[in-house]
Write a protein that binds this ligand. Sequence first.
Ligand SMILES: *Cc1c(COP(=O)(O)O)cnc(C)c1O
Length: 399
Amino acid sequence: MSASPGHPDAKGRYGAFGGRYVPETLVPALDRLQAGVDRFLPDPGFQAEYASELMSWAGRPTALTRATTLGKRWGAEVWLKREDLAHTGAHKINNAIGQTLLARRLGAKRVIAETGAGQHGVASAAAAARVGLPCVVYMGAVDVERQAPNVDRMKLLGATVVPVTGGDQTLRAAIDEALRDWVADPDGTYYVLGSAVGPHPYPFLVRELQSVIGREARAQMQQQAGGLPDVAVACVGGGSNAIGLFHPFIGDSSVRLLGIEAGGRGPGLGDNAASLTAGTPGVLQGSYTLILQDAHGQVQETHSVSAGLDYSGVGPEHAYLMQSGRAQYEVATDAEALDALLECAKHEGILPAIETAHAFAGARRFATANPGARILIGCSGRGDKDMPILQRTVLKELA
Ligand SMILES: *Cc1c(COP(=O)(O)O)cnc(C)c1O
């Protein structure tokens, strides 16, 4: 596991982005985490344990599937990296089990996590149960209401779910509450952060744990497709599945990297969650990155049909990759994503998560503009969790 040269620097910066913008009270906890990351991530014993859990418990390596019908329809060669087949149904388990194993090595007595839609909460609850640590999940009260089935899954996995009634009562408030808990007991508690966001070293740690996606996909493309893709496409919420897919390809200059954000209802402030394509630089939850804010620096509410992309910031490494030109970012609207979801389900027998469907919509647009392209899509998760919203939207129209 090696970082790309120079990134992040010693202060956790990717170009101008990243770093650590936190109150003094958080510094000891982050320093302790940093020391753990420096010591254990390169440690062969830790890596062997992590690799073994990924293989024997989380179901890795995940398959690389040729999407033959989509390829014919789009006039392209389409390959899917199947994180939907990973344990608990998405890429989030790669990060959750890695950080929970790290927590045990650091001597933590309990882990805490935040969750928005509930997917990271479920992955963290499962990982904590596996490793044998108690788990508390902070979740905005609005999300507890909206995502009841995931709340029950976390409880069955032995976690305690704490509804957060302050702030916006969604993901942002849940992260703030988890940070408060962590500060109170940085030695006994480990905070499992769910995406490549927040203060250094989290964006680096999450990227290193999620890069298993791109390493596997790169080798599988060479083996099954006979070469690298022309483009790798992934959806971007906080950016963890995308950076995990992209990172091992960064040195391959022939491989374009394309991230797809939530275009929501349209380009107006508050109507989407497109922090990279519509945001401006600022500090959010400990990191200098691109965020959705008004002219006075007030962070804006976001909208997306997919709960997992509904966040007003984005991981700092994506801001850097966009600024440096190494990766491009576009949006797919709610309607485009739902349309792409239907196409994939009907023609490939795979029901992707609505988050993932944004990547399919972006890939389809890329195929139209680049006939015959070889396209790798990060299939970040499965759509079973989205049944309630699918019943209210596309299923209604099918009826
Ligand atoms: C959480 C989630 C995402 C968005 O998170 P990233 O950190 O941007 O990857 C995307 N897809 C699925 C299936 C998710 O559960």
